[in-house]
Design a protein around this ligand. Sequence first.
Ligand code: ASP
Ligand code: MG
Length: 503
Amino acid sequence: MSIIVQKFGGTSVADSKKILAAARKAIRVKNEGNQVVMVVSAMGKNTDVLVDLAKEISDNPPAREMDMLLSTGEQVSVALMAMAIISLGHEAISLTGAQIGIITDSTHTKARIRSISTERIRKALDEGKVVIASGFQGIDESFNITTLGRGGSDTTAVALAAVLGAASCEIYTDVDGVYTTDPRIVPEARRVSRISYDEMLELATAGAGVMHNRSIEFAKNFSVPVHVRSSFSDNPGTMIVHDPEAPNTAVCGAAVIKDEARVTVLGVPDRPGTAVAVFSKIAAKNIAVDMIVQNVGLNGLADMSFTVDRDELPATLKAIEKAVKELGGEGYNYGDDVAKVSIVGLGMATQKGVAGTMFRSLAEKGINIQMITTSDIKISVLVDRQYAQDALRTVHEAFQLHKPPEEGLARAGALPSHVKTDAAELVRQLERVARLERMEKLIIDDVALDQTQSLVTFVELPDMPGLAAQTFDELAEAGILVDMIVQSIGRENRANISVTVPR
Ligand code: ASP
Ligand code: MG
C-alpha cells in the first residue's frame, strides 16, 4: 500500500465546511487503496490572531511561551479534522507533534527538526486509520513545545513524507499551483506544470509565497515529489521534482520582495576579517541578511552593502554602529524604501544575454537598478519600492513567461550538471532518509574551486537607468558568457559593476 501525505493550509480548513471538504479528499484517496497521513495548519488566520493577542500582553513575549500559544492553533484543527473523518464513517486519529515524536532543536519559534519516529503513525495506518498530524510543531529534548517558523506546516508535511517513504506529498492550498510569478500582481502569470527543487527553492527565497522554503530543501534532500494543488478545484496543479518543465529555457519564474531595507557600510578596511566583523554582529541578533555586495576596494578601502527585512532595520543599524566603530570605517547609510526583483531559471547557467535582457527591459521603463547580485540560477536587482510591481511585470513580459515553453525546449537537451538524477545520487538520498538523525542539519553538498575566471570591474559609471543594460547588451553581442554579476550601491551618482568571465 502506498502512503500519501496530504497537507491542508489555513485557508483550506478555515471553517467547518472546508474541514469536511478536506476530510472527503482524504477519504477519496484512502478508498483508492492508499494509507493517508493528513497534515493540517491552524484554521484561517488563527495563528495571526494568536500572535496579535500575545502582542497585546507584551511587546516581547518569551519565545517558549509563543510556541506554547501558537501550537494550539494546529491542535484545534487536527481534532476537528479527526471528528470530520469519523463523522463520514472512517477511522481517524489526531496527533500533536509531541505525540508523533517530532523532535526538534530548542530554537523556539524557528526550530529545526532533528528526528521523527514513525512507529505510532505506522501502527495507526496499519489499523486502517487516517492519521491527522499537527503541522508546524514538535518538542525539544526537554519536552518543550517548539514551532518551525511561520508557514512551517509545509515542512512538517514534506518531512513526514520523507520518513514514511510516501509516494507523494500533496500540498493543498488556496492557489492551484506554482505560477511564473504572483498572479495578483501580474494577471498574465502562468501556472507551471512542473518545476525543479532548485528553481522552487530560489523562487521561494526570492519572495514567491507558495511554500515554506525549508520544506523545499527537505523535499530535495530526500527526493520527495511534492504536488501543489488547489483545495477548491480539481486542477492539475504543479509538481516539484528534480527536473524542470523545460531545462533549456533560461527563466522559469520571477518574484519580488517588497519590504527590504538596504544598509551600506562605507570605507571599511579592505582586508581579511572585515566581513566577519560586520556580519557576525548581525548574526548575533538573529537577523537574516539577504543580498550582500562588496565593491572592489579602492585605496585599501571597501564599501559593503546588504539588505535585510525592513522590520529588522533598527536592530541592524545598532549592530552596524558597533562594527563601524570597531573597524574605523567612514560610516554607514541606508535606504528603507527598496524592493528586490529576481528572475530564476536553471537554463541561465549556460545561456548568454539573460542578464542583458532583464536589465534592458528595466531601463526601457526608466527603472534604475541600485544593486545587482547573482547565483548560478538567479539574478536579483534592488530597485526603489515604488517601482516594485512595475519591475516585476516588466521582467515577466521580457522573458515571455506567460507563454508555455515551446515544444522543442520542453524536455529537450541534457540537464545542467548540477541537477542530479542519477541512481547513485538516489541511493545516497535514501541512505540519508535511513539515518533519521539530524534531519534538518545543514548539509554542504559540494565545495568547488573555479580557476578559469577573470574579474572585470567597470568603475565609476553614471548611476542611471540603462547603465547595466548597455554594459550587458554589448557583452552578450560579443558572445561572452557572464558568470557572477555584482553592482554595488553608487556613491555620488557613480556606480561600479563587476563581472566574472572565462579567462
Ligand atoms: N499556522 C502556522 C502559520 O500560520 C503554520 C502554517 O500554517 O504552516 O504560520
Ligand atoms: Mg502556508
